[in-house]
Design a protein around this ligand. Structure first.
Ligand code: NAD
Length: 366
């Protein structure tokens, strides 16, 4: 679909205002793609998530395909090239990454690097004139998010954050219950998500300089859940941190609990941890309690409703659906469901959570 950039931005703004979470108008930017039926995605960073989830997901997509890779590990080049038939000229490393600008096969760059590297690679990708998907959490803090959004706006490219759950039907059902007040007004939300991080570990996820910690890794799911299951934006947060195993996890938070206040008297009680497998979203409303357990797995979710009823949907590859939807949005010249502004919104709250912890758990107004 061809349309002028001005029209794209206008459409994007209107669509964004219509679909954004209440109280936060999303405006995203992007340039229309010429008449391609499938967009070429290049994955940057071939670690766990790219290898186990995104590349397999790209074998099931209709609107995009795995066109290229960016890696600092030469051995991976051969393995990926053979496995996914990636031509030599679509394989980059971190030194020659910027020359990807000349590559017409690559329409979208998907940043799947440690959190501390998101800002740099999103900005470099924007300067290369490519549309961008960036993994969660969007960046180290809200200031970095602003830089990234500005770089994309200046370059006229779109930016989406890899909040895969927002594209799958269980989460969309929870959003619908809030929108339609199916069970009346929501009163309390409980969201907990975490996993047992094997130890000892040298992984970047336990290093502060890389943006590690349970809050950045898993806590953003609980935070997102509190926001999308109410359809509202919080006006205050308080938070507490616990590090019961400092020999192994000391630089970053092992466990964080945080409480959010929303308009309408709603309180969300959230927790995240590297000390145990927890994964539940429970919403108390006037007419009963419902939710998801697990709520943020790659598969195997289940929905529960008041009076012991359940709901389930056929399983699809979450990441495949997410990338298909994001690329469709790019081709249509509209923002995705999770533009950069959505990542920013979370990082403003994550910054406040960190501030509250530092100040002994006091309530921070947002
Ligand atoms: P990972 O450690 O498995 O992979 C990171 C990749 O970055 C590796 O290939 C590594 O070689 C590369 N890298 C390049 N420069 C590096 C450096 N200086 N230090 C360390 N690694 C470097 O991590 P991952 O679990 O794949 O996470 C990557 C991103 O994806 C993170 O932002 C994470 O939050 C996100 N993620 C999202 C989901 C999801 O469900 N949406 C799931 C897992 C991870």
């Amino acid at each position: 679909m061809k349309q002028s950039r001005r029209r794209f931005i206008k459409n994007a703004s209107v669509a964004a205002l219509a679909t954004g979470t209440a109280g936060f108008p999303f405006i995203t930017y992007g340039k229309p793609i010429s008449q391609k039926s499938k967009l070429g995605i290049a994955l940057v960073g071939l670690g766990y998530y790219s290898t186990d989830l995104l590349a397999p997901g790209l074998q099931e997509t209709e609107n995009c395909y795995l066109a290229g890779i960016v890696t600092g590990t030469p051995e991976k080049e051969k393995i990926w090239a053979e496995k996914y038939s990636i031509p030599k000229e679509n394989i980059y490393n971190y030194q020659n990454f910027d020359s990807i600008a000349e590559n017409k096969d690559i329409d979208v760059i998907y940043v799947v690097l440690p959190n501390s590297m998101h800002r740099e690679y999103v900005i470099r990708a924007a300067k290369a004139g490519k549309h961008i998907i960036c993994e969660k959490p969007m960046a180290m803090n809200a200031t970095e998010c602003h830089d990234m959004i500005k770089a994309c706006k200046d370059a006229g490219v779109s930016l989406s954050i890899g909040y895969r759950l927002r594209y799958e039907p269980y989460t969309q059902q929870i959003e619908k219950f809030a929108r339609e007040k199916t069970y009346g007004n929501i009163q309390i939300v409980n969201a907990a998500t975490g996993f047992y991080m094997k130890r000892p570990t040298e992984h970047w996820k336990v290093k502060a300089a890389y943006g590690g910690g349970a809050m950045m890794d898993m806590g953003v799911y609980a935070l997102q859940a509190a926001r999308y299951s109410t359809g509202k934006e919080p006006f205050s947060v308080s938070a507490q941190q616990f590090n019961p195993d400092p020999e192994n996890i000391s630089e970053v938070d092992e466990t964080i609990t945080f409480q959010l206040e929303f308009p309408g008297g709603i309180v969300a009680n959230c927790m995240t941890t590297f000390s145990s497998n927890v994964n539940i979203l429970k919403i108390n409303a006037q007419k009963g309690t419902y939710g998801l357990e697990p709520f943020q797995g790659y598969k195997g979710q289940h929905g529960f409703l008041p009076r012991g009823e359940k709901f389930d949907f056929p399983e699809k590859h979450q990441q495949g659906v997410q990338m298909d939807e994001m690329c469709k949005a790019i081709m249509d010249g509209r923002p995705s469901l999770t533009p950069g502004e959505e990542g920013l919104r979370d990082m403003v709250i994550v910054d406040a959570i960190k501030k509250s912890v530092k100040l002994g758990g006091i309530k921070i107004q947002l």
